[in-house]
Design a protein. Structure first.
Length: 324
């Protein structure tokens, strides 16, 4: 425990005694938390430990449950009920939600626990930087329905918009625009069975396996545009380690990319579905996106490589013909 360096903010405080200490003005101040508040919250946690077990709550629960319980206790407090310490109960539930957010960000708990609706739309670009290619006066083509079919026979429709550069220049579209290729999202495991304990070498090996598989698929399906997370893993891993992004935000972006694809291809040769793959699979099912999976959960062959190629090539033909 003695092999470390003291953190230094560069600022100093000098006391009347002559002692000097790092100022660190932006450091957290847990010493400012009221001991009375902490005591009452501790009472609630103590009762919970007796009722269930010590640290039972740390196993994780949906954040929506915590918020719902918090709001019920606040409502009881506003009604003047004193049968429980409702304020302390509300604070405890908020503490749970905060803890779960941090554990999700660290990859300890599943991002599925953050089941709160996200109503606020995040900005798609920084207002301080102008995109030189963004001409917001360019006309948009009318919404084009895109059909997505899952093996169960379910059909979903999604509207897609595209900028028409010809109409932007001459006000008309004399020729039929060339159809875009079939776009397929390849869902694969990066950490694998190792989870948060996976080393860089193990993640690189998993990504290499996915890249080799997709290389075969690209050769067999030349008209299909494959999106492979492994192609961007070096950037994502560095951003994750630097604290710019967390697992939840990575999966949120992946699902947005998935929304722009015509189909999803799940690659799990050992039958293992990672937490991220499960999130993407659930998202795929929820949006009625066509998906192809080569293996069952037990690792046995489900959709052979030749069948996957045939399915994707068939979808590509349908996409080009406008019948997808």
């Amino acid at each position: 425990m003695d092999d470390y360096e003291l953190k230094d903010s560069g600022a100093r405080r000098t006391f009347g005694t002559g002692a000097v200490r790092d100022r660190g003005g932006d450091k957290p101040r847990p010493d400012l938390i009221s001991p009375y508040t902490a005591k009452r919250e501790g009472v609630v946690l103590g009762k919970g430990a007796v009722k269930y077990e010590t640290r039972n709550w740390e196993k994780g629960m949906p954040i929506s449950d915590c918020i719902a319980s918090c709001e019920r206790h606040i409502m009881a407090y506003k009604m003047g009920l004193t049968d429980e310490d409702h304020l302390a109960q509300a604070r405890t539930n908020l503490g749970f939600a905060i803890h779960f957010e941090e554990m999700i960000a660290l990859g300890v708990l599943s991002p599925e626990l953050d089941d709160m609706p996200k109503y606020a739309k995040q900005p798609e670009y920084d207002d301080d930087f102008e995109d030189p290619q963004a001409d917001r006066n360019m006309p948009l083509l009318p919404p084009t329905p895109t059909r997505a079919v899952v093996p169960t026979g379910k059909v979903g429709w999604a509207k897609s918009y595209a900028i028409d550069p010809v109409a932007a220049v001459c006000g008309s579209c004399p020729e039929e625009p060339e159809s875009e290729p079939l776009r397929v999202y390849v869902s694969h495991s990066i950490r694998g069975r190792y989870g948060i304990n996976a080393t860089d070498e193990q993640m690189a090996a998993n990504c290499l396996l996915a890249k080799q598989y997709v290389a075969e698929m690209r050769e067999a399906c030349p008209t299909v545009d494959f999106y492979v997370p492994a192609d961007h893993e070096e950037f994502v891993n560095l951003a994750f380690k630097s604290g710019f992004i967390n697992e939840a935000s990575i999966l949120e972006v992946d699902c947005k990319i998935l929304d722009d694809c015509d189909a999803a291809l799940f690659f799990n040769p050992d039958g293992f579905m990672s937490r991220g793959m499960l999130v993407e699979h659930r998202h795929t099912m929820g949006t009625n996106t066509r998906y192809v999976s080569e293996y069952k959960s037990d690792g046995s062959e489900f959709c052979p490589l030749t069948s996957a190629r045939s399915i994707l090539n068939s979808l590509a033909v349908d996409k080009k013909a406008g019948t997808l």
